[in-house]
Write a protein that binds this ligand. Structure first.
Ligand SMILES: NC(=O)c1ccc[n+]([C@@H]2O[C@H](COP(=O)([O-])OP(=O)(O)OC[C@H]3O[C@@H](n4cnc5c(N)ncnc54)[C@H](OP(=O)(O)O)[C@@H]3O)[C@@H](O)[C@H]2O)c1
Length: 309
């Protein structure tokens, strides 16, 4: 009896279990169908939004297309054969500019930068000139203007950084630093001004350094040359503000280039973010300053937090 009763209740439980499975399956399938319908409906909504977005975008003609707003402008980047200058030259070309890539001795590296720019469809020339010599500056400007046209973006980037202990700095080191880093910035700006004034449009971007603000890791001769660039920036910016010409400085530190890797005093431990910066992180600011007509007389710091303004 006990066994029969047990069998009965087992069979009942079996039937109940089958019914429960059936109901569960139905619920599960309905949920899947509902979810699929939901996904399809959301897809349709998303397609609708996307269509409206792309239609609006086509009307405005901005997002999704590379910004080529420097199209038709000619940029001269001094010290464009490597490091920050090379990255700036390529970034300006990506933004539409034709570029003259200046260098002092490394023609192969300058040619490699030119090839990258040519592949972007821009006009480009490599131009050797020691910017510490005023005659070479004038020669370079006239060659660039003859070949590419009026220079409207000037990036004063070429520099020497002879890392020295205080008592080892010679008069020759001082002259080389000041002539290459500071005097050249003044002479190049003066030489490029007539063309910019005729166009009523110009961008002068001076590559200063955190050394102008903190002293840095090269020496007082270098720091003085870079601080002088800030004075030039302020003075030219004020004098040219009404003529459509902006003048700004960028103060980097420590960016992973030969200048830094060759200097044993430069180490990432000095930088609050804990690493060296990349050349692209500086080049993007060069493009920003070339594109913006309302930033002038400023120093843009890109230094991983080493100097906070
Ligand atoms: N890297 C940093 O952490 C850092 C920090 C602060 C400021 N900066 C500034 O950023 C700029 C670029 O620095 P970088 O690190 O890219 O330097 P880099 O790697 O040493 O490159 C220096 C560039 O300047 C050119 N050059 C040097 N003397 C020249 C002269 N007399 N005439 C013409 N070209 C000359 C070199 O040409 P060749 O290739 O032909 O030698 C090269 O293209 C400099 O103004 C530097 O002071 C750099």
């Amino acid at each position: 009896m006990g066994a029969d009763a047990g069998a009965d209740s087992g069979e009942g439980a079996g039937q109940f279990g089958a019914a429960r499975n059936f109901v569960n399956t139905c619920i599960y399938r309905s949920l899947i169908t509902l979810r699929a319908a939901d996904i399809i409906a959301r897809g349709a909504t998303f397609r609708g939004h996307w269509k409206a977005f792309t239609k609006g975008q086509a009307r405005c003609g901005w997002i999704m297309k590379p910004m080529h707003d420097l199209l038709g402008k000619v940029a001269l980047v001094t010290g464009g054969s490597r490091g920050i200058g090379a990255a700036a030259a390529i970034a300006l070309a990506k933004a539409g500019a034709d570029v003259a890539v200046n260098y002092r001795t490394r023609s192969k590296q300058a040619e490699a930068v030119c090839s990258a720019i040519r592949e972007l469809g821009r006009r480009v020339m490599a131009i050797p000139a020691d910017v510490s010599q005023s005659a070479k500056i004038r020669e370079m400007l006239s060659r660039v203007e003859k070949e590419l046209g009026t220079v409207s973006i000037l990036v004063n980037n070429a520099a020497v950084a002879q890392s020295r202990n205080v008592d080892q700095i010679t008069e020759q080191d001082w002259d080389e630093a000041l002539n290459t880093n500071l005097k050249a910035t003044f002479l190049l700006t003066q030489a490029a001004l007539p063309g910019m004034r005729t166009q009523g449009w110009g961008r002068i971007i001076n590559m200063s350094s955190v050394a102008a603000q903190t002293g840095g890791v090269v020496g007082p001769h270098y720091a003085a040359s870079k601080a002088g660039m800030l004075g030039l920036t302020h003075s030219f910016a004020l004098l040219l503000a009404k003529e459509g010409i902006t003048v700004n400085a960028i103060a980097p530190a420590l960016i992973e280039t030969e200048m830094v890797t060759a200097n044993p005093r430069a180490n990432p431990g000095l930088i609050p973010v804990g690493r060296f910066g990349t050349v692209e992180e500086v080049a993007s600011l060069v493009v920003l300053l070339a594109q913006n007509g309302y930033i002038t007389g400023q120093t843009i710091n890109v230094n991983g937090g080493w100097y906070m303004s």
